[in-house]
Write a protein that binds this ligand. Structure first.
Ligand code: SAH
Length: 408
């Protein structure tokens, strides 16, 4: 284990349990710098701060894991963090009607750079740190012991592959052990809030499905009865399916991914055939494969009663927040101008760089420019399986609002 001394004055956030240490804060390292290893982290005046994992090839060279001096960091600690993360979700795991949820939410669950989602009998892991890559076999073995999935599949997040120096290969684990067997499988089936879904193995965005929106989909469903709905950035259609179950008159789903839209139609079919959504739902859905920022401009005023705006992450980092704020504002402004007077918009941002305060400010600028009065009916966030750790504000990435747009 390394012993690492933090430069004087750079320990403040770390003492408040923020887990990230960049190279500029590292004072002295006792041990071989080149090797990734666990570390005991001390302040300049010799006080214990935390245990962590140091790897100079990682863009965050030191991740803090445990602030308890009596619990040194080793692989046993990593496995116990995995176990605790899963056990914290016991209530959700026991919930009827939902078999898709996040089991590990990175730093918010004290496991840096690792997200794990379960979809029915399958677990998908997204690796975004060298730490996660190194301990993947132990993490997979622990998940297998706890949940006995049919398969665990791990891939590296494209956004971090080059900064972490990781190859983008997919690794597969069966019965807790890594296998090179070619497991050509069919789609995995799962349910969320009673709605049926399928995800293709190793394909799709993120880990194939956005289960962070679970609670918000249920909320949107409550506004759909008798409404003409626009689902912008629909992906494979979870909001569309909820709107249909809620009794929408019609849903126009728009996305730039043609394959996602085809999958949306497929999921409408399986749910209609199973009686989950009303008969005739498939005739109520129209898909359009186009750019949503363009599409919204062409919408006839007053056509829609309910809109869902769920764009991809527009602010990648804090440095492009200003430009992203403009793009979010423009999208929301046009939607506010186009929606029927008194209509409802469920609007989201999944950019961690944008705070809830920024988000509300953006909405108020959009409302002013659209010459509309806007009532905030609800503020929304990710489901509880994507917790926000207060000592790590970066974990608050998804924010949203249900608003009513009033033009006098
Ligand atoms: N609402 C979805 C998730 C949306 S993810 C759900 O509940 O699951 C964001 C989606 O935006 C992706 O499907 C992506 O294909 C799409 N997208 C990204 N940029 C786009 C653009 N400019 N126009 C249309 N769709 C876009």
């Amino acid at each position: 284990m390394h012993t690492i001394t933090i430069k004087e004055g750079r320990e403040k956030l770390l003492l408040k349990h923020h887990p990230w240490v960049f190279s500029g804060a590292i004072g002295h390292i006792d041990g071989d710098r080149g090797e990734g290893d666990f570390a005991k982290v001390m302040s300049a005046n010799g006080d214990f701060i935390a245990y962590g994992y140091y790897d100079e090839k990682s863009h965050i060279v030191l991740h803090l894991l445990s602030w308890d001096e009596g619990t040194p960091a080793d692989e046993t600690l990593v496995r116990s963090l995995v176990r605790k993360s899963v056990l914290r979700r016991a209530r959700l795991l026991g919930e009827k009607g939902t078999t898709a949820l996040r089991l590990i939410h990175g730093e918010a669950d004290f496991l840096p750079g690792i997200a794990a989602d379960c979809y029915g009998r399958e677990i998908r892991i997204i690796v975004s740190s060298r730490f996660a890559d190194r301990f993947l076999p132990g993490i997979a073995a622990e998940l297998d012991t706890l949940l006995h999935p049919a398969i665990i599949e791990a891939s590296v997040d494209k956004a971090y592959a080059s900064s972490e120096g990781l190859s983008e290969r997919i690794r597969t684990f069966k019965e807790g052990r890594e296998t090179s067997e070619d497991l050509s499988r069919t789609n995995v089936r799962f349910i969320e809030d009673g709605i049926l879904y399928e995800a293709a193995p190793g394909k799709g965005q993120k880990s194939g499905f956005y289960c962070d929106q679970r609670d918000n989909r249920r909320i949107v469903e409550g506004y759909a009865e008798g409404k003409t709905v626009l689902d912008l950035f629909s992906y494979t259609g979870p909001f569309t399916l909820h709107a249909l179950r809620g009794g929408a008159l019609s849903v126009d789903a728009v996305d730039s991914s043609e394959s996602a839209l085809r999958h949306l139609l497929y999921q409408v079919h399986i749910n209609e055939d199973d009686g989950v959504i009303p008969k005739g739902s498939r005739e109520r859905v129209t898909i359009t494969d186009t750019d949503c920022f363009e599409y919204i401009r062409t919408v006839e005023n007053g056509r829609y009663d309910l809109m869902i705006l769920d764009p991809p992450k527009l602010a990648r980092t804090k440095s492009n927040l200003d430009n992203a704020m403009k793009a979010y504002k423009d999208l929301n402004r046009v939607a506010m101008m186009k929606i029927r007077n008194g209509g409802i918009i469920a609007t989201f941002s999944c950019s961690a760089a944008m705070t809830m305060e920024n988000f509300r400010m953006m909405l108020s600028w959009a409302a002013a420019d659209a010459h509309a009065e806007v009532q905030l009916l609800r503020t929304l966030s990710a489901g509880e399986d994507h917790p926000v750790r207060l000592s790590f504000p970066e974990s608050e990435y998804l924010k949203g609002a249900v608003i009513r747009v009033i033009r006098h």
